[in-house]
Design a binder for this molecule. Sequence first.
Ligand code: 5GP
Length: 189
Amino acid sequence: MDSLKQRILQEGIVVSDQLLRVDSFLNHQVDPPLLLEMGREFAARFRDAGITKVITVESSGISIGFAMALDLNVPMVFVRKKKTVIMDQDAYVARVPSFTKGIVTDLAIAKKYLSAEDTVVLVDDFIANGDAALAIIKIVEESGAKLAGVGIAIEKLFQAGGNAIREQGIRVESLVQIRSMSAGKIEFA
Ligand code: 5GP
């Protein structure tokens, strides 16, 4: 997706060779036309997959998930991040380390919004080590819903997450793939 690549090159801040900030259009301020275009692109790639719900993670996944769900005309459900959930009979919960915050978070989704009748796609802004995505994939499995695939806006290929999911036989669609960010320079695949 060239428009997203251009925005990353123009506005992305390479914080380290592992971490990219795109606060000006995705992670803090949101650019609606760009997000709608990203949503349409994801929707086009999964149009024939029989999606009944788009799953994403708060907070930065919401604008992408919303845009995709709007185009597919299905609901979007976002996974909530909680400090720690003691036990919740009404929710599926999975514990993950946070890539950007260095803390452990519980991801939770109410059981009433995910069931064995659903075919879902998981979308998120970035994939790094894949911990968040793999935890949500477990939640989807536990619910009995069918997972059509995973959509990632910005995949960092030098971190293992995307390929770890592909190795499980799960379809992964990325809008852009970054091969390297060493010496502050972004190189796309
Ligand atoms: P993972 O669980 O794959 O290691 O990390 C995924 C989550 O960490 C994403 O949902 C995203 O919020 C955050 N993340 C990972 N890498 C980056 C990055 O380079 N920049 C930003 N802004 N967030 C990231």
